[in-house]
Ligand binder design. Structure first.
Ligand SMILES: NC(=O)c1ccc[n+]([C@@H]2O[C@H](COP(=O)([O-])OP(=O)(O)OC[C@H]3O[C@@H](n4cnc5c(N)ncnc54)[C@H](OP(=O)(O)O)[C@@H]3O)[C@@H](O)[C@H]2O)c1
Length: 270
């Protein structure tokens, strides 16, 4: 099958393209660097010609409220219009567990708009809701840092390795469209402050992590279960401590800023 991966150069996208190719699919990595820009529409029609499946694992380069909304709204419209014209039979998009419970944040309001456009389109679809990537720990810490203290509410979180996210998305992309949402998550639950404390310690980061029930998560107030999936979630295998020990894991070091959806240690931005 020809499968176009929008955001194919990103953290999840690059792993996904590799997996799909290993399984014999013609996976096309599409991003502005390869001449495909979903925001402007450049290169989109040509990239989608002959595609059976489109997987959107792109992310907005800017996380300012208006910019992120424009990115997901315009890109998704362009993708769906061009996808329908090309006869794409399955549109898959990666979003976040709890998106509908995080609407105090502009980022998640934009993801909801993306999901709504997909649900209303004529193309059969699967929306994958993943929990926070292990690779995102440093961005969570950065966003919650004041001086040398990281303040986070002690709510539950069930994070997962980016490798497991890519495997789950690959399986869903080659399957039948579910015309609904599938949740994927990690094998263990943590308290948010405890997870970040463990991640920072592993990277020998001296910041103190304080459990503060009033602290916000990227501007949003969290309930005990806001970030965790329901009972039907498909679980990845990789445990956090094992991931921290992997030689390929970059230690969770201090970043200057953090934004939801920017999970890559390798490509941390802005
Ligand atoms: N971080 C988390 O914990 C988490 C949890 C659940 C779900 N998610 C979701 O996972 C998705 C992927 O995240 P990620 O961390 O893998 O992203 P990422 O590493 O930041 O990669 C983003 C990708 O989007 C591409 N892109 C940017 N602008 C584009 C445009 N105009 N047209 C086409 N492609 C464009 C980038 O291309 P360039 O390389 O050329 O810039 C890059 O390939 C996001 O939608 C996010 O909401 C994240």
């Amino acid at each position: 099958m020809k499968i176009v991966v929008i955001g194919g150069s990103g953290l999840i996208g690059s792993k996904l393209v590799k997996r799909l190719r290993e399984h014999g699919h013609e996976a096309v990595a599409a991003s502005p660097d390869s001449g495909v820009n979903t925001l402007t529409g450049e290169g989109l029609a040509a990239a989608l010609t002959g595609a059976s499946v489109v997987v959107d694992v792109s992310n907005s380069p800017s996380f300012e409220d208006a910019a992120v909304l424009k990115f997901f709204e315009t890109s998704t419209r362009n993708l769906l219009t061009n996808g329908a014209a090309a006869g794409v039979g399955h549109h898959v998009a990666l979003s976040v567990v709890g998106t509908d419970r995080l609407l105090e944040s502009g980022y998640f309001r934009a993801k909801i708009v993306q999901e709504k456009l997909i649900k209303e389109s004529s193309i059969p679809y699967s929306i994958v809701h993943a929990t926070q990537f292990f690779e995102f720990v440093k961005s969570i810490a950065a966003a919650a840092t004041e001086g040398d203290t990281v303040r986070l509410p002690p709510v539950f979180i069930q994070p997962m390795a980016a490798d497991d996210v890519a495997s789950a998305v690959a399986r869903i992309a080659v399957g039948k469209p579910v015309n609904g949402t599938v949740e994927v998550a990690g094998p263990e639950r943590f308290r948010l402050d405890e997870l970040i404390r463990r991640g920072l310690r592993a990277g020998k980061d001296p910041r103190e992590v304080v459990a503060d029930p009033e602290a916000r998560y990227f501007g949003a107030k969290l309930g005990e279960l806001t970030l965790v999936p329901g009972d039907d979630a498909r679980l990845g295998e990789t445990r956090f401590d094992d991931w921290l020990r992997q030689p390929t894991t970059t230690t969770v070091s201090r970043a200057t800023s953090g934004t939801p959806g920017v999970g890559s240690v390798a490509t941390a931005k802005p």
